[in-house]
Design a protein around this ligand. Structure first.
Ligand code: GLU
Length: 329
């Protein structure tokens, strides 16, 4: 909790002068940082939305939330665990894997101190390719240059799962790149990538950028028998679809692009004080209508739905609020 315990004492100097005023007034501020993702994703504005709602009540709670752009879900879990971040947005599948000591946590083991606060918007495993590449299915990625996601991102494992389900070996069958999602649209437009994966809510700045340039691009369905099997095998994956009208610059004529997806979730550590987590859960839930206006991908959020898709134990501060309001029995 390096940063959480960085408690600043804001001393009101005016009141201290010459001992003539009342006793010094000290306001304690608790600074918390929310780890997000790249600035063209949805985590970054999501962290901003949470911070905005909570900071409105700064006088009441003494909490000052700030947002940090990061490499994504895996980075966020690890930074929460090391105490470098108090909160982070994390894909529901990555939360599950961290709690169970799978994927990037296989060697480190279960991340026992990870705590869930609530879930947020749905995220789709999204694949986009240049029209010139001729790619129309995941199987067509063979022999192509494809960004599967930077280490630290949530999407990297989703890309590997989708490719493996389609019988593609990332080490042999294609050139797998590991650049940040914020850089991928520019590389696609410049012809230095044929396609890229990004697991993200929609609409996102990244896909607006990818579909708005001179190079024609289209969304590719991540579907088929292999993917159907993957969804039945993995408890954290579900079918999902992208509304193509969100990106008028894309070459897609169909209304929806089929794929699979997860949920964005809000996580913290067992070491973050109950009253801080309570305040954040309360402010987001009590002001959910205002919160939902802060990003179009929040449109379908409901209080009940925001308690689904969590695999880490609920943080006691959040649990207290959900019990008080009858959301939890
Ligand atoms: N799902 C991505 C990740 O976990 C981030 C998406 C976003 O920033 O909106 O790395």
């Amino acid at each position: 909790m390096k940063r959480a315990l960085l408690v600043s004492l804001a001393v009101l100097v005016g009141l201290m002068m010459m001992g003539t005023g009342p006793a010094p007034v000290q306001a304690k501020t608790t600074f918390v940082t929310i780890g997000t993702g790249g600035i063209t994703g949805v985590y970054y504005p999501t962290g901003g939305a949470i911070a905005k709602i909570v900071n409105k009540k700064r006088k009441e709670y003494g909490i000052r939330a700030t947002v940090e752009s990061t490499g994504g879900s895996v980075f966020n879990v690890n930074a929460i665990m090391s105490g470098d971040l108090e909160f982070g947005v994390v894909q529901s599948d990555r939360q599950y894997q961290a709690v169970h000591g799978m994927a990037e946590w296989q060697d480190k083991g279960p991340q026992k101190d990870l705590r869930a606060v609530f879930s947020i918007h749905p995220e789709s495993v999204t694949l986009v390719a240049t029209v010139d590449s001729g790619i129309k299915t995941v199987a067509d990625l063979k022999g192509k240059r494809v960004n599967i996601g930077n280490p630290g991102s949530g999407q990297r494992q989703n890309s590997i799962d989708a490719l493996t389900a389609a019988g593609i070996d990332i080490d042999k069958d294609l050139t797998a790149e590991g650049v940040k999602a914020s850089e991928a649209p520019g590389l696609l437009q410049d012809g230095r990538l044929d396609a890229f994966f990004y697991t993200v809510g929609h609409p996102s700045g990244a896909f607006k950028e990818a579909t708005a340039g001179a190079t024609k691009v289209r969304f590719i369905p991540v579907a088929g028998a292999g993917i159907d099997k993957l969804i039945t095998e993995k408890p954290y994956y579900a079918k999902s679809r992208i509304v193509s009208s969100l990106y008028p610059g894309s070459d897609n004529k169909e209304e929806f692009i089929d794929t699979f997806g997860v949920k964005a979730t809000f996580c913290t550590s067992v070491n973050v004080p109950d009253e801080v987590v309570y305040a954040i859960a309360k402010e987001v839930f009590d002001n959910l209508d205002d919160f939902k206006k802060l990003h179009p991908s929040f449109a379908d959020l409901s209080k009940e739905g925001m308690l689904e898709g969590l695999s880490a134990p609920l943080h006691p501060g959040a649990e207290k609020y959900y019990k008080e309001t009858g959301l939890l029995k």
